[in-house]
Design a protein around this ligand. Structure first.
Ligand SMILES: Nc1ncnc2c1ncn2[C@@H]1O[C@H](COP(=O)(O)OP(=O)(O)OP(=O)(O)O)[C@@H](O)[C@H]1O
Ligand SMILES: [Mg+2]
Length: 286
């Protein structure tokens, strides 16, 4: 089985690619086989000794992490523990104090995208133009409109292309924000509580949408969420941040599609919640 996985992975490697750790190849091939039969086009992410302070406040105190290409990772932790800071450092939106974040190769700015809790749409631009914004420098290219239309179709909102953001529901705005993030074909997509402001039913349908686009486009996904049930339903792996470090790294080896409310998901959710509550005063927000 391992030999087959290595052969799978090697078939997709370029002749001049840098040498890699065989365990990375096996992990990447396992991730790819779980999602589909195609090796991921996502980027691997390696973080070493990452530190970040704001004034005297040390927020991240040495994060070490390897995410194989195409993996879906969820990050949970108490409010203020540094989840958003970590995403911003990964996406290059914040300066690093010490340590490294690397993707195994040179990246273009559009390779790594972040989707935030608020959709952040431009109110003076119609839906299709809002999606085109995600193309960055490629916005002027002749295929920009076609790519934006494809991304809107991906999130099921083709018919809203000519609408103003103001007339969309909260869930529809988030779908436009997702299309804007997808339009540049990112290889790493980081989500900072993208579903936090949605009602429960819209949230579940958005979770399904996120999982489907991740499977279809096979980017590496990093989801920050307060919702542990969401984390175990969507992710291959859940990281718990505590005291500025990764305190728990939990594999979610439950086959997809996962059944929400199933006993095995509930057991994992319970154990991660206990880890979180164990991290401090139980009356504090997670
Ligand atoms: N630009 C900044 N200047 C000063 N302090 C900051 C800045 N950004 C974040 N912080 C502080 O760093 C800590 C971590 O913030 P961060 O936003 O990463 O937390 P979080 O885990 O995402 O929290 P939440 O779950 O509430 O979103 C907080 O104490 C916050 O006040
Ligand atoms: Mg945050």
């Amino acid at each position: 089985m391992q030999e087959a996985l290595i052969q799978d992975a090697l078939r997709f490697r370029l002749p001049d690619a840098e040498p890699v750790d065989p365990s990375d190849i096996i992990e990447q091939a396992q991730v790819a086989r779980r999602g589909s039969d195609v090796i991921s086009r996502g980027l691997p992410l390696t973080i070493r000794g990452l530190r970040k302070s704001f004034g005297d406040h040390q927020v991240l105190r040495g994060i070490d992490l390897h995410i194989p290409a195409g993996q879906f990772v969820a990050i949970v932790g108490r409010s203020g523990c540094g989840k958003s800071t970590l995403l911003r450092l990964i996406a290059g939106l914040e300066t690093i104090d010490a340590g490294t974040v690397s993707f195994g190769e040179e990246i273009r700015p559009e390779d790594v995208r972040v989707m935030f809790q608020e959709p952040r749409l431009l109110p003076w631009a119609k839906v299709l133009s809002n999606v085109e914004v995600g193309l960055g420098r490629d916005r002027a290219s002749p295929d920009a409109q076609g790519r934006a239309e494809k991304a809107l179709a991906e999130v099921g909102l083709e018919e809203k292309r000519g609408q103003w953001p103001a007339v969309l529901s909260g869930g529809q705005k988030q779908r436009v924000a997702l299309a804007r993030a997808l339009v540049s074909d990112p290889r790493v997509l980081a989500f900072d509580e993208p579903l936090g402001a949605l009602d429960a039913l819209t949230r579940i349908s958005m979770q399904r949408l996120l999982e489907r686009v991740w499977r279809d486009q096979s980017f590496t996904a990093i989801l920050v969420t307060h919702d542990v049930a969401e984390a175990v339903a969507l992710a291959d792996r859940v990281l718990v941040i505590e005291d500025g470090r990764i305190a728990h790294d939990v594999r979610i080896d439950i086959p997809r599609p996962r059944r929400r409310g199933s006993a095995d998901l509930a057991a994992l959710e319970g154990s991660i919640l206990r880890d979180l509550l164990g991290a401090g005063d139980e009356s504090t927000d997670i």
